[in-house]
Design a protein around this ligand. Structure first.
Ligand SMILES: NC(=O)c1ccc[n+]([C@@H]2O[C@H](COP(=O)([O-])OP(=O)(O)OC[C@H]3O[C@@H](n4cnc5c(N)ncnc54)[C@H](O)[C@@H]3O)[C@@H](O)[C@H]2O)c1
Length: 99
């Protein structure tokens, strides 16, 4: 779920085995990293309305977050931490609601 470094590779490797929707707010990711067959949705994993637009799913692979790149080591560290934790909690809550 998302076209960042790990997410896009995960989607591309598995695109012929599963119907995959990649959700990313394009903070760092790039839709062009996704190969044909992967559905892309622009949305924020911290936002329940955006997650609801994905629709029912069988599995969630949550890789949308703030990576450990040097750009997050100074002022961005707290924002990055909050983003990663908040998106994780929101995705868990979405999974619970979706059953
Ligand atoms: N790459 C590594 O070696 C490595 C190692 C350990 C852990 N991780 C963790 O794995 C995760 C993915 O790593 P990566 O290297 O693919 O990072 P990445 O920066 O390449 O990809 C992260 C993606 O998440 C998206 N994103 C960020 N916040 C979002 C949000 N709120 N909603 C939707 N999309 C959002 C970004 O736009 C980006 O496409 C990160 O949490 C990272 O900390 C990575």
């Amino acid at each position: 779920m998302e076209p960042g470094f790990i997410g896009s590779n995960f989607c591309n490797i598995n695109r012929n085995r599963y119907q995959i929707t990649a959700l990313d707010n394009l903070f760092l990711g790039d839709e062009r990293n996704l190969e044909e067959g992967v559905t892309f949705m622009n949305g924020d994993a911290c936002n329940m309305d955006d997650l609801n637009k994905v629709g029912p799913v069988d599995f969630i692979v949550h890789l949308a977050g703030t990576s450990s790149a040097p750009m997050f080591m100074d002022d961005g560290l707290i924002d990055g931490y909050v983003n990663s934790v908040q998106s994780f909690i929101t995705v868990l809550e979405w999974a619970r609601k979706m059953g």
